[in-house]
Design a protein around this ligand. Structure first.
Ligand SMILES: [Zn+2]
Length: 150
């Protein structure tokens, strides 16, 4: 796995976090972490066909990192305590999208039928790439981290 880390967090820490939150059995080609814009509270993107994810993280552990994300559309909503929890959430969410795209029963974007959720996704997941499922996975990982289990 290639890591491109533009942030001030040490690569060792970032790799450790990726290792702790990655769903088992997936191929990750590249993780890119860049500094988010001044007023951004962070974001992520998964390029499922290429096994790549990109995360934008606030430069410092500023008040923007500590936030309650309200549920909206397919997203579950959650409380984030600090910059590391935010990074865990963004990594886990995007890596879960890679997992969603790599399992049995997904034939790529040019299929005729709408692909069904992958076995093991949370209840209420719609389609193959579910925000609800990715959020549920990320929440689970944040809770493990808070309990000292990661
Ligand atoms: Zn998503």
């Amino acid at each position: 796995m290639k890591l491109k880390n533009d942030t001030n967090l040490p690569n060792v820490l970032v790799r450790e976090l990726i290792r702790s939150v990655r769903p088992p059995g997936i191929e990750i080609k590249e993780v890119k972490i860049v500094n988010a814009g001044k007023h951004s509270s962070g974001s992520g993107r998964a390029y499922t066909g290429r096994g790549r994810i990109k995360v934008r993280l606030p430069r410092q552990n500023n008040p923007q990192c500590r936030a309650i994300w309200k549920p909206r559309k397919a997203y579950l909503g959650m409380a984030i305590g600090n910059r590391i929890e935010l990074l865990i959430m963004l990594l886990a969410h995007e890596l879960r999208h890679l997992w969603q795209g790599q399992g049995k029963g997904y034939n790529g974007p040019f299929r005729v039928e709408k692909p069904k959720p992958r076995k093991g996704m949370v209840w209420g997941s719609k389609g193959r790439f579910s925000e609800r499922d990715a959020d549920a996975y990320a929440l689970h990982k944040i809770r493990q981290y808070r309990r000292g289990e990661l």
